[in-house]
Design a protein around this ligand. Structure first.
Ligand SMILES: CC(C)(COP(=O)(O)OP(=O)(O)OC[C@H]1O[C@@H](n2cnc3c(N)ncnc32)[C@H](O)[C@@H]1OP(=O)(O)O)[C@@H](O)C(=O)NCCC(=O)NCCS
Length: 190
């Protein structure tokens, strides 16, 4: 008799980004289709960003980090803050620059994708935010991330980046909190 044992779903829990900075960069590199060590040079920068007071959730298969998400109140000093808030103000979307949670990173290793882990990380992280809304930036092109965000009520606040020569423009997306899946939003609208 063939018995197939399914491995348990990764556990999602808080983690210290500074302590696992290199692991986060390796998950991120592979999620983005790069060689595992392609982003290792950013380890010091990631540790420095972690010291700004992130809320971070990791997905662990045993002790191995296989996915993570983290964010920060948008009002707190953070490298993305100034360009993103400038674009929101310019687009007449200033309210989104104030009292929002900023979702900085969300990545899942390719072999763990398509099982609901990205959804768990996104919804669990956003459920911990105390702000009334959440914003993020992501490349404008269609992607699994864009579909995931749209399913949870995110919409485009500022469309394609207008920097000259930018061939992969990013969009600022936002959603009201708490996040509501599409089915609940449809029921509310009816
Ligand atoms: C975006 C990302 C985090 C999503 O992670 P994920 O774990 O694959 O997310 P989910 O499993 O929750 O959802 C992904 C897809 O699997 C599907 N899915 C989830 N659980 C499923 C299941 N049990 N059976 C079948 N399909 C399932 C979802 O419906 C979704 O389908 P879609 O892409 O056609 O919309 C991941 O693709 C990633 O790391 N991408 C690269 C990095 C990136 O772009 N990060 C965002 C930067 S802003």
């Amino acid at each position: 008799m063939n018995v197939r044992t399914l491995s348990p779903a990764p556990a999602v829990r808080h983690f210290d980004v500074a302590a696992l900075a290199r692991d986060t960069l390796r998950v991120q590199a592979q999620a983005l289709g790069m060689p595992p060590r392609a982003l290792d040079r950013r380890a010091a920068e990631r540790r420095a960003r972690a010291s700004r007071g992130l809320t971070a959730l990791g997905a662990f298969a045993g002790s191995r980090l296989v996915g993570f998400a983290y964010g920060i109140p948008a009002g707190r000093s953070y490298p993305w803050r100034d360009p993103v808030t400038a674009r929101l103000h310019a687009a007449g979307r200033s309210v989104w620059a104030e009292d929002s949670f900023y979702l900085c990173e969300l990545h899942v290793l390719p072999e763990f994708q398509g099982r609901g882990l990205g959804t768990r990380l996104l919804t669990s992280l956003c459920s911990r935010a105390t702000e009334p809304r959440v914003i993020l930036t992501t490349p404008h092109r269609p992607s699994a991330a864009r579909r995931l965000y749209a399913r949870h009520g995110y919409h485009d606040l500022v469309t394609a980046g207008s920097d000259p020569g930018d061939d992969d423009p990013y969009v600022v997306m936002g959603a009201q909190l708490p996040l509501l899946p599409a089915a609940f939003r449809a029921a509310q609208a009816a």
